[in-house]
Design a protein around this ligand. Structure first.
Ligand code: A3P
Length: 302
């Protein structure tokens, strides 16, 4: 099934998931070619849910014995260069990239639904970290991201209305949002040692406990000595919104063809949706969340 997205770009429905048509081939290529290793780490997200933040944190935690914090590659490379997307980078132009010689742990990212992941990712011992964000903020962040990149300004209300309608119908890039989130939530419930499920809002509320959680999940818990040296605070500080946004490498240049590196850092707040969505729009998403997440045990702070 094919549809036109609110912005005119073509979408295709594949295994119940809406994808931009241009991503269809890379997704199929990844499904066919990617062979997961048990040491791999996959970071999975809906766009605008904290991908950049999670990339910086996971890279820093996993490589903390390789690079001292003052020589971290994050000072000279963007999080998206250090942790490539399977469908948007690795398989974007190639069907058979050579991934064997990448040192372990290899860290990749994806926006694919759980059901679309290459089988070897689901069936080996590699670890998946999923971060989600309350859909109200995620929607607003996404539309502002697209508008700022395309037109250099915030979305106008008419475009916001149109995009919102399709978002609520689930006909949206990587939508429906509820299926994306529930796919990873259920996989986490089934095997919490394989899938760590994080929320953007929890990281904002208490980054220290979430950094520890990521390290423990990866089998790399912080030693008492590291804690006493303040390493958790150093990593959290380095990866904070202000710190990453102010690094020269994140202020200039483009990534993924057309997207400005700086556009990955907008406000970094919880609850910014209230500045853009009408009460009726907010109510509609909240009702959708109530219905779709009913019985799952999944709750969001909005
Ligand atoms: P806003 O548009 O609400 O500001 P992604 O990385 O998945 O593309 O998500 C981008 C969103 O995360 C943007 O949200 C961006 O500002 C925010 N963000 C980026 N880096 C962050 C960080 N280190 N800490 C908190 N939020 C961050």
């Amino acid at each position: 099934e094919q549809r036109e997205s609110w912005d005119g770009s073509p979408l295709v429905k594949y295994c119940g998931c809406w994808l931009q048509v241009m991503l269809f081939r890379p997704v199929l290529a990844a499904q066919k070619h990617f062979k997961a290793k048990s040491t791999d780490i996959l970071l999975s997200t809906m766009p605008k849910s904290g991908t950049t933040w999670l990339k910086a944190l996971t890279f820093s935690i996993a490589n903390r014995n390789v690079f001292p914090i003052d020589q971290t590659p994050l000072l000279t490379s963007t999080p998206h260069m250090l942790v490539p997307f399977l469908e948007l980078n690795v398989y974007w132009e190639q069907d058979n990239p050579d991934l064997e010689n990448i040192p372990s742990p290899r860290i990749f990212s994806t926006h694919m639904h759980f059901e679309l992941l290459p089988v070897s990712i689901r069936e080996t011992d590699c670890r998946i970290i999923y971060i989600c964000r309350n859909p109200l903020d995620q929607f607003v962040s996404h539309i502002q991201f697209l508008f700022r990149n395309k037109f250099g300004k915030d979305a106008d209300p008419a475009a916001m209305d149109e995009a919102f309608e399709m978002y609520c119908q689930g006909i949206y890039s990587f939508g429906p949002f509820w299926d994306h989130i529930l796919g990873y939530w259920n996989a986490h419930l089934e095997n919490p040692g394989k899938v760590l499920f994080l929320k953007y809002e929890d990281l904002k509320e208490d980054i220290t406990s979430q950094v520890k959680k990521i390290a423990e999940f990866l089998g790399l818990p912080f030693s008492q000595e590291e804690e006493e040296q303040g390493l958790i605070d150093q990593i959290s500080g380095l990866c904070s919104f202000e710190s990453l946004r102010n690094l020269a490498v994140n202020k200039t240049g483009i990534t993924l063809g057309v997207l400005k590196n700086s556009s990955f850092f907008r406000k970094g707040q919880v609850g910014d949706w209230a500045n853009y969505l009408t009460p009726a729009m907010a109510e509609r998403i909240k009702k959708l969340m109530d219905t779709k997440f009913e019985g799952s045990g999944l709750l969001f702070k909005t």
